[in-house]
Structure formats: C-alpha cells, structure tokens
Design a binder for this molecule. Structure first.
Ligand code: NAP
Length: 267
C-alpha cells in the first residue's frame, strides 16, 4: 500500500473482548487498515470512552454508530448478538466477517439472508494452520477404511462458552466429507454414563476446558493396531486476528455472497 492510498475502514464488534483487543491492536499497527468503529456490549461502562491507548473512534454500544464509517465489520461477540449484527451490516451495506462460534440455526439463516446483499464470511477459525489441518483430515478420512474410528478432541481456556468448539465441528465436517457421509448423521457429542459401545461410522467429540489454553485440536483415526493423529495448537490469539484481517481485506474486494477461509487462502 502506498502512503497515499486510502486505508480500509474496519469496525470491530466485541472490541473489548480477548479477540477484539488483538484485532484493534493489529489494525492500529497496520499500514492499510483503520479502526472506524468499536462496538462494546449494550450498556457497557466502556461505551463513550476511548479503547485502551488506541487512536481512533471511542467505543460505542450502538451497532449503527459502529458501522457508520466502516466498509467491513469483524464480529467476535458471543453468539447471541450475531443475528442483529448480520441484519445491521446488511442494512448499512457493510461487509461482515463472523468469527463468533456456537451459532444457532436462526443466526445461520440471518447470515445467509445478509449474504444476498453484502459479502459475508463465517469462519469458526481464522488461522491458516487449521485450514491446512482440515484439508489433511479430509484426505486421511478418504484414504483410511471406515473401520478407523474418528474422534475429535478440543482443548480451550476456562472462559470458552461453547463446546465442542466451532473448529472441532469444522474438522468433523472435513472428516465426514472425506468419508462421503453426512456430518450431522454421524456426529456424537457428550458421551456420559452407560453410553454403550461406540457406534460404527460415528464421529465422536470431546472437549476439555481449563486455564489459558488458546486452542488445541486433535483428530484421531483409531484403527485396530494403529492410530493416526493430526493436530494443531494455537499458542497466540494473534494468529486468529491476523487471519481475520486478511479475510476483511479479501471481503472488501468481493460482491455480495457467502465466502469461506478457503476462498481467502486461495486469494
Ligand atoms: N474464528 C476464530 O478464529 C476464533 C478465535 C477465537 C475465538 N473465537 C470466537 O470468538 C468469540 C469471542 O471470543 P473471545 O474469546 O474474544 O470472547 P470474549 O473475550 O468474551 O469477548 C467477547 C466480547 O464481546 C462483548 N459483547 C457481548 N455482547 C455484545 C454485543 N451485543 N455487542 C458487542 N459486544 C458484545 C463482550 O463484552 P462483556 O465482556 O462486557 O460481556 C466481550 O468484550 C467466541 O465465540 C469465540 O469462540 C473465534
């Protein structure tokens, strides 16, 4: 970007959160982006105040105000807020990257409706490594016979709200695609008590929560006499924030539609 080129104005939704803070910091350090809006929880004491030491807009708890000067919004709020954010972005003509996980059917539907009017990308994981892992998982599921049991483990920090993680599901979807089965028909979550023997062909999930673990995922292909494990560990949230900003730059160049991180990586 030349020094005279206009910076891309980006709004961060959930600006005071773990991811929001990293995003605002990276935008502040970048040469081609500018923080155009910073949304905090409605009623938050942070509304009306500058965020940290950042230059740029004061935090607001009104989505319309956060979007007013933005071309792309990056949403890392808890799942309940995403529906309203998708509608507001659609009305304001602002492209939307949803990094929030644990979305329900109503939110997914709102995202699909919004994608008719604006560019939208919904990614449970914005790191590069996890998307390479998903591709390897898909290939392993394709190559290994169906009697290799597929089990997915995710480990996250103690404050994470949803389980299994959105990334665990992303990996399960990749495994199901490789095996040529429907994910929702194969997925088994939350085994407890007398759960009985493992159902053949199922894709099992387990989640550990504790401490400050940023995010670790392992996919096990457990056969008889051998086991293949594919893993990814994120050690710094900056990888998710940097990937989200790369996706925001990508969205700013697209027309309305629903995009994936694979589209971003392909460029
Ligand atoms: N896609 C990825 O690569 C990726 C990576 C990491 C995390 N995530 C996901 O991103 C989401 C956020 O994670 P996090 O660790 O950053 O969580 P977090 O630290 O709890 O941050 C969420 C922030 O959103 C604020 N908030 C709540 N409701 C809001 C609303 N209606 N409008 C605006 N802001 C609102 C919260 O404020 P209060 O604290 O005041 O309630 C908090 O500051 C989770 O779903 C997580 O799973 C995705």
């Amino acid at each position: 970007v030349s020094s005279g080129a206009a910076r891309l104005p980006v709004a961060v939704l959930g600006a005071a959160g773990r991811m929001g803070e990293r995003l605002c910091a990276l935008i502040g350090e970048s040469a081609d982006l500018t923080l155009a809006g910073a949304l905090v929880r409605p009623g938050s004491a942070l509304a009306g105040r500058p965020l940290g030491a950042q230059e740029g807009p004061v935090a607001t708890d009104r989505i319309e105000a956060a979007l007013a000067a933005a071309r792309v919004a990056i949403d890392f709020t808890p799942a309940g807020a995403t529906l309203a954010h998708a509608r507001a972005c659609s009305e304001a003509g602002v492209a939307l990257l949803v990094g929030t996980t644990g979305l329900g059917a109503a939110e997914q539907a709102a995202i699909e409706v919004a994608a008719r009017c604006i560019p939208v990308l919904c990614a449970a994981n914005t790191s590069l490594g996890v998307h390479v892992l998903a591709e390897l998982v898909r290939r392993a599921a394709e190559l290994l016979p169906a009697d290799f049991d597929i089990e997915i483990l995710d480990i996250h920090h103690r404050a994470k709200r949803d389980a299994p993680s959105g990334t665990a599901y992303l990996l399960g979807e990749a495994a199901a695609a490789g095996r040529g089965v429907t994910h929702d028909g194969a997925a088994v979550t939350g085994r407890t008590g007398l759960a009985g023997p493992r159902e053949a062909g199922s894709i099992g999930y387990a989640a550990l929560r504790g401490g400050d673990v940023v995010g670790e995922h392992s996919v096990y292909f457990a056969g008889t006499g051998e086991r293949l494990t594919l893993s990814h560990a994120a050690t710094d949230r900056t990888v998710f924030a940097a990937g989200a900003l790369r996706a925001a730059r990508f969205l700013a160049r697209q027309g309305p539609g629903l995009y994936t991180m694979a589209d971003v990586i392909r460029g």
